[in-house]
Ligand binder design. Structure first.
Ligand code: HEM
Length: 132
């Protein structure tokens, strides 16, 4: 995505209060993905949990190049394949063996994401797993 931001932390530059930002060997670079993952042009209401962000008009899965939780470039997460496989196997095994039911009216559930460490996660809620 073209608005991929990079924030640069270089303590030597900060300490010397130099107006000139020089990229030295050993500079730590933190790619900031928030601007991409929360891009309102790609995801209307980006701060809401809304699976329709990933569905096309026919209700089929729509791949988005803005969805980059594993980052990009040289330091992209090397565990992406393993993580995707594990998540798929875990969710598929649960859905194969259990019917998931909400213990309260699903409309009453608050799924507004909250900040937890560096991640945005929905609040915890109870779920009933009924064996199939
Ligand atoms: C849902 C699961 C995971 C997510 C969302 C995730 C995400 C990320 C992200 C955003 C980075 C930083 C990339 C950057 O610096 O730009 C990273 C780095 C890394 N991840 Fe993951 N990761 C996941 C699972 C895993 C797993 C399962 C492994 C190993 C088995 C792993 C190993 C690593 C390593 C070694 C790095 C450092 C790569 C480097 O700096 O060159 N990750 N991950």
């Amino acid at each position: 995505a073209d608005n991929y931001l990079v924030s640069i932390f270089d303590y030597s530059v900060l300490l010397s209060c130099s107006a000139l930002l020089v990229l030295l060997q050993g500079t730590t670079i933190f790619p900031v993905l928030t601007s991409v993952l929360h891009d309102s042009k790609e995801f209307p209401n980006p701060h809401e949990f809304n699976p329709e962000h990933f569905l096309n008009k026919n209700g089929s899965f729509k791949k988005s190049e803005f969805f980059m939780p594993f980052s990009a470039g040289k330091r992209i997460c090397p565990g992406e394949g393993l993580a995707r496989m594990e998540i798929f196997l875990l969710i598929a095994t649960i859905l194969q063996n259990f019917t998931l039911k909400s213990v309260v009216n699903p409309q009453e559930l608050n799924i507004t994401p909250t900040l937890s460490g560096t991640g945005n996660v929905p609040p915890a809620y109870q779920l009933c797993a009924v064996p199939r």
